[in-house]
Design a protein around this ligand. Structure first.
Ligand code: GDP
Length: 592
């Protein structure tokens, strides 16, 4: 029989992780694991787009080719807007991506001329944020995207909003895994790439090497070598060539002829959302078309509201926000999720009706998905005597909260430890959380949130465990370690020798003096001894000392006669001919 030809699978523009696993006949966890390796914390119900699916299939080395199904009128397809004759130029939307420590934050900082990096301690750069800068009287919108899962969420909703990706590569470090990931993202999002070779002020900088790596390994050929990729050597530290970088971004954007309609109801994406005391839902939106103004009614996902305040990225009140502009609004009744599409509607009545429809649709989808994250968890914890690991999760924004909880649930435990999310929410850790965790069995995880001093004091008093992280992987590592501690330790016995009893000289309540022939390995003091007669275990003892030819010995080897002094904790009735095996016993901590 010959090998079957490569399998061809037709899938839509987007597919849920569960559906893809089924189509590929793979365990969902394999897919989830592969996505996770690629920085995407996905759940089984999460939709991934065609490009992501292709990458994952490729990485898994499957003999399958994915083909895009001819598009129907499905809602999750990429929206290509029909532009009218009145469409106007809009600023480019630029994402800065690259490997950790290559200078993304510093570069944004240099571009904006303000201390973005200062915010990092507070964690604001952990989730997607947006800014604008002006160069030659033209605006450039910058997305700050350290959490790549944020991008995944945006892509899932079918809108590829990034026009240009600045890929930052440190000149002293070269191309690294997240650089490759960024290149992939840019290609799959159909965005133009501009490479910023950063840290050229450093003595060890080697920009030529970076270019060679990009050209030979990633097919990004620098213009100066006759290719079509603009690469700018910059220093975020000294500010060298930052202007040039922005000019190049504008140049690339010009070639794309970026336009949007303005005389239509405003529409765009939710790129951040969190609750704030006194302000309610605080939601950052990126307008894609039309103008958003205070007083307008809008819907996003399953939430709606009326724009109460409209602030620009710097926190100043604005009267309107047009295409490619990030704004923060208040007035939503509930927290929409990042990646939700927002739309301005005529009246509160229409907003309510649309929200209700979205909610029903969501419920229908949930009901029709065969496996949910909770099912997955149940399957993982099928064993009866699973130990419990209880957590309370608090995060700065809804998006991170979902990612943290979903990722926690995906920690493989072979069913031996089961994770319970006792409570979760957006916002700082509260006294209530501490009270819930005061049972000594619950850990509070905070992601990019604060532990106010009064709450901290209460936590100390109540002995509640609070752990705050700003990097998701570190939080997950900690949770995994904690779950490992709940695993019953493994006992490992290693046999080192055997002996056949030839004589029993004295039997006391807690001691036996005997002798025999070492039939394999060796015998030495301190080893454990197990005595068997046929298939039956007669008893266990500890070797107190050994003798060879009536003199004390350290060890007696195979083939020699050996005198044994055994210590027991109950009287042993040994017989000539019994077999003794000698072994060490170790208690080994287990890992997941
Ligand atoms: P990110 O993780 O990509 O956001 O990187 P950061 O912006 O936090 O920068 C990582 C480190 O590199 C920090 O210590 C920066 O001060 C340093 N750094 C960033 N850009 C430059 C640069 O152009 N020159 C030098 N010498 N150091 C830089």
């Amino acid at each position: 029989m010959s090998e079957p030809a490569e399998k061809v699978l037709s899938i839509a523009d987007s597919i849920t992780v569960g559906e893809l696993a089924e189509a590929l006949n793979l365990p969902v966890t394999t897919l989830v694991g592969e996505l996770f390796k690629n920085g995407i914390a996905a759940t089984i119900n999460q939709r991934i787009d065609f490009e992501t699916a292709t990458i994952i299939v490729d990485e898994l080395g499957l003999d399958v080719e994915l083909k895009k199904k001819e598009s129907t009128n499905g809602s999750s397809e990429r929206r290509v807007r029909q532009l009218s004759d009145h469409a106007v130029d809009r600023p480019p939307i630029v994402a800065v991506m690259g490997h950790v420590d290559h200078g993304k934050t510093s570069l944004l900082d240099a571009i904006l001329g303000q201390k973005v990096a200062d915010g990092e301690a507070g964690g604001i750069t952990q989730h997607i944020s947006a800014y604008q800068t002006i160069r030659s009287d033209r605006a450039i919108t910058l997305l700050d995207t350290p959490g790549h899962e944020a991008f995944a969420a945006l892509r899932q909703h079918g809108a590829t909003l990034t026009d240009v990706v600045i890929i930052v590569v440190a000149a002293d470090d070269g191309v690294k895994p997240q650089t490759v990931e960024a290149i992939r993202f840019a290609r799959s999002a159909n965005a133009k790439i501009v490479v910023a070779i950063n840290k050229i002020d450093k003595e060890t900088a080697n920009p030529q090497l970076v270019k060679t790596q990009l050209a030979t390994e990633h097919n990004l050929n620098p213009e100066e070598w006759g290719g079509d990729v603009i690469m700018v050597e910059v220093s975020a530290k000294t500010g060298q060539n930052i202007d040039k970088l922005l000019d190049m971004v504008l140049l690339v954007a010009d070639m794309e002829e970026l336009k949007a309609d303005v005389d239509v109801p405003a529409e765009g994406l939710v790129i951040e959302s969190h609750m704030e005391v006194g302000r309610g839902a605080v939601v950052t939106l990126l307008v894609e078309q039309g103008f958003l103004r205070p007083g307008m009614f809008l819907t996003a996902g399953t939430s709606y509201g009326k724009v109460r305040t409209l602030l620009d990225f710097s926190g100043k009140a604005s009267r309107e926000a047009g295409p490619s502009t990030p704004v923060t609004v208040t007035g939503f009744k509930e927290l929409p999720q990042f990646g939700d599409q927002f739309l301005v509607v005529k009246s509160e009545k229409e907003a309510r009706a649309r929200t209700l429809a979205a909610r029903l649709e969501g419920e229908r989808n949930a009901a029709s998905t065969n496996v949910t994250g909770a099912d997955l968890l149940k399957r993982m914890t099928q064993q009866e005597e699973a130990a419990d690991f209880n957590v309370i999760v608090k995060a700065d924004v809804q998006g991170s909260l979902t990612s943290v909880i979903d990722s926690l649930r995906l920690i493989e435990t072979n069913g031996e430890v089961s994770l319970h999310v006792v409570s979760s929410g957006v916002g700082n850790i509260t006294e209530n959380d501490v009270r819930l965790a005061a049972d000594g069995k619950t850990v509070i995880y905070g992601f990019n949130v604060d532990l106010p001093p009064a709450v901290k004091r209460l936590a100390t008093r109540e002995r509640a465990e609070v752990r705050i992280y700003s990097v998701i992987y570190e939080l997950l590592d900690d949770a995994k370690r904690s779950m490992e501690q709940l695993l019953a330790p493994e006992v490992v016995e290693t046999e080192v020798g055997t002996l056949e009893l030839k004589g029993i000289f004295r039997t006391l309540r807690d001691q036996v003096i005997a002798g025999g022939l070492v039939t394999s390995g060796k015998v030495s003091a301190g080893l454990l001894a197990r005595i068997t007669r046929g298939d039956e275990i007669v008893g266990e003892a500890t070797v107190a000392s050994v003798q060879r030819e009536k003199t004390a010995a350290k060890e007696v080897f195979e083939g020699d006669m050996c005198g044994l002094d055994l210590t027991t904790d109950r009287k042993l009735a040994l017989e000539i001919g019994d077999k003794v095996s000698f072994f060490t016993r170790e208690v080994v901590e287990r890992h997941l």
